[in-house]
Design a protein around this ligand. Sequence first.
Ligand code: PEP
Length: 249
Amino acid sequence: MTRRKLVAGNWKMNGMARDLDAVAAIAAAARAHPDVDVALCVPATLIAAAASRGEGVWIGAQDVHANDAGAHTGCLSAPMLVEAGARVVIVGHSERRADQNETSHDAWAKAAAAHRHAMQVILCVGETEAEREAGRAERVVQAQIEKSVPEDATGDWFTLAYEPRWAIGTGRTPTLEEIACIHAIARAKLRQMIGDTAAGIRILYGGSVTGANAGAILFTENVDGALVGGASLTAAKFVPIIAAAAAGN
Ligand code: PEP
């Protein structure tokens, strides 16, 4: 089955109004490469403005509450994000698992909430360095998938991102063989859970992707795109990754 590549940026807690020119430049690159889907998950404060400058890019959020409304101070719901202009949301990012104690069950509930409001979902899984060194990377990722992937997931709205925590923001990446191994295990786990539908689900790799390594990583077996943190902050760094995804099409 052919799956379109998805290159998704995660600006994390970075980005001010003065950075919106980067959104416009990234959007121009996305329009120049229509065979690749491009997403940019900006801070919630920038979603509306980014949506107005980002034609051709799925502007998105980095988190969503599992409920649609209510007494949850400081949180944002899927209807609010959609109204602001978000089409996609990241859930279960390892920084939220670490900083906000989010669990795989939380990621599952957030994914379901986003789907109820027709958002695209990018759900993150990945092992710590200690877990990899203990030979547990495969089991950790399988368990996270089992607990967090909604039973009605399809490629129309759901994307999995494999992000080894030790590779995020460190400049270190797994070997291509290690990436291929976990992606194959992730796809097999999805197939076990949801059957043939799993073939349509994109599995992104995330963790220190740059313009220099994107070409090799993006065309490793079962890699359907990239989730990019640091290198998504400027068009100069992000556009080469979009171009690398397009180059193999
Ligand atoms: C991320 O935070 O999802 C990420 C992949 O970050 P970086 O690309 O900076 O490693």
